[in-house]
Design a binder for this molecule. Sequence first.
Ligand code: SF4
Length: 457
Amino acid sequence: MLDNLKEKLEKGFLFRPNKNQLRDLERLIFEIIRRENCSLEGILNFLKDNSDSEKCSGRNKFFALKNSLIARRFPLTAAKEQLDTKRIFLNQIQKPLDSNYAVKADFKPSKILVEKEVKNSYLVKNFSRKFPDVRIEEINRYSDYLNTDRFHISKLKEPIVFLIKEKWDFLKPCPCTKVHLSCGYWVLNLGFGCPFDCSYCFLQCYANFPGIILPANIEDFFTEFDILEKKLKKPIRIGTGEFCDSLALDEITEYSTKLIPYFKDKNVFFELKTKSNKTKNLLKITPAKNIVISWSLNPQSIIESEEIATASLTERLLAAKELQQKGYNLAFHFDPIFYSDGWQQIYRQTVCNLYSYLTPPFAWISLGTLRSHRRLKSINELRFPKSNIFYGELFIGEDKKLRYPSFLRRKIYENMVEWIKGYDKQSPVYLCMENKDMWSILKKNTSMEIEKYLLKI
Ligand code: SF4
């Protein structure tokens, strides 16, 4: 795409970029081509007509070219405010992986590795019953596997299942993100890894092994919670969906059949969050008011391009409807929301879809715009060469994550809140990982206020 860019710059602009300068210009041109579907020649002509490079020499010529490219790459922000170039992340262009394990809608493990300590657990029996032809191997610790097989990101989604005894990481407050208002959520760590493959999934940055880790000693989580419960002075919200999808494998793990009966009598709101429609077990359990089943929602076009192997929007809403009829308390998460030219139309339609299938009020509705570790941009380019999510107007934020600028996030939240309130004035709407300024949309100033608002206390 950018063949001979260096020579073209030398010839057309009498400028010989050094390695770093070339990398910045290449990255900007590459992203403009991805955003606008235009040609390199077109961009070079644009630079001739619009940059002041002819009047400059040396380093100034580079800055003249770079600034013109930045203004074209970030048109909405450039029109609105002075661009801070230090907040623009220009990483090296990544060549897509030659091979990348493609997930399938129907999950089947390639092998099952079981830690010796849990070899007699119900979870091992469930997996061997469901997949009688899949090899089960005993191991001492799942981490030993890393010594035998070096991890490469292309293997991330290989469907290896590790059934383990979790010893340390049971329950913790959600870390939220620096300088943002926390909503007081707690996370129960029910495994790491997911059979789905979302292009924006932050797990891609942290995984150093393929597949999915599942704890087989769920009763130890309850012992741990019994200790915490004695110290709690007020109800808390707990969820399991931080490092996994809460229900994607529930028909095999049957976690819900243990978690719901345990938490239904506790002074907590317990949430299972999913992008699946695996609700068979839930339909067999008597619901309770403090048990919340929630779905992440996005427009169908985004589900198809960015949320690989997940249930469609209609499947999610139909599954939710069935649970609502059964008496379950529901919640929804519009997260991450992506900004694009036609975003208003597709997100407004998705809000409309939600209320055409389901009856409010809901336990809560969260809103969160795309935010990500910078490393994820490179991983996304390696693993999802067709994805365009990182070519939106994203800048390095106060928490060092890539985010849309404040004015765009505000516009998105204000619109979403207005559309939701048009159908439903009762369900509490909250923002995920946002700062005080953004929270002013919902007239909340402190984490304490947010917690009370969500717990309705
Ligand atoms: S459903 Fe959640 S955990 Fe699974 S791939 Fe998507 S973002 Fe990651």
